[in-house]
Design a protein around this ligand. Sequence first.
Ligand SMILES: Nc1ncnc2c1ncn2[C@@H]1O[C@H](COP(=O)(O)OP(=O)(O)OP(=O)(O)O)[C@@H](O)[C@H]1O
Ligand SMILES: [Mg+2]
Length: 285
Amino acid sequence: MSAYRAHNVQRSDSEVVIAEEPATQNLTGSAAITIDRLTKRFPSPGSGDEFVVLHDISLMVHEGKFVSIVGPSGCGKSTLLNVIAGIESYDGGTVTIHPKAGRSGAEPRIAYVFQNPRLLNWLTVEGNIHFVLQAQNVPRQKWGELVAKNLEMVGLAGQERNYPLNLSGGMQQRVAIARALAIEPDILLMDEPFSHLDAITARKMRFDLMEILTRAKPTILFVTHDLSEAVFLSDNIYMMSTKPARIFKRVAVDVPRPRKLDDSTLFDLEKSLVREFFSVVEAKA
Ligand SMILES: Nc1ncnc2c1ncn2[C@@H]1O[C@H](COP(=O)(O)OP(=O)(O)OP(=O)(O)O)[C@@H](O)[C@H]1O
Ligand SMILES: [Mg+2]
């Protein structure tokens, strides 16, 4: 067995998938994450009942692809990423994280940029990055280079010895992004990572992320409520409705990279998705 059963936080009434040896090991297009008919419930506030937050969610993320999940506030996007990361349990269906093709037996390296930075405030900026490098058993002699390279990438060179609470919210979020990238992940989960940044910084970070995608080819699962951002960055977009969250549309963005912000194909796609998104979401409201 070489693919990974999803997570040991899964409840006993859920089926656990252990995939066989990856059949597509030498092909491009191997699955990195497979979610099949996932259901998740939370307790309803103030009662003994539960409510369904995620209902019958199925999606697949292929290796090296950039996949976005778009949905209204409160629909369950962060919950979905938390389930994939193994932080939250789930109630039905399966979540499978596959080993990287050609690396049978080696667990994929997963990094998570949370919606809030979640830095360790008692450690310096570089201390926060060292913390995850140590946890991932990255050899100490590589730490200096990884810290410098990734802080430079997020525009924070020179902040190594500063403490998180001395930084603005946007700077803290950029440290969190540098921390995630420093482990050179196979799978990068990102929850609205640019939503706290000013428009100019966010735009630069989107281009930098595209550049990383071209070089290192991590698999990226990206949550946003910004359709323009999703269209610009993604290979595939899953659109979610709410109450409970369901996937109502999957869109392929067949525009070659590098992309231009003023590309008319992207713009037209965004316009049609905005129209569809509001018609579905407003019908549910
Ligand atoms: N630990 C929890 N216990 C109970 N309910 C929760 C918990 N976490 C989230 N919820 C509820 O689940 C629903 C989905 O929350 P979630 O944070 O996943 O939404 P979201 O799509 O990420 O929203 P946003 O875009 O505002 O970040 C909300 O109704 C929220 O109140
Ligand atoms: Mg969220």
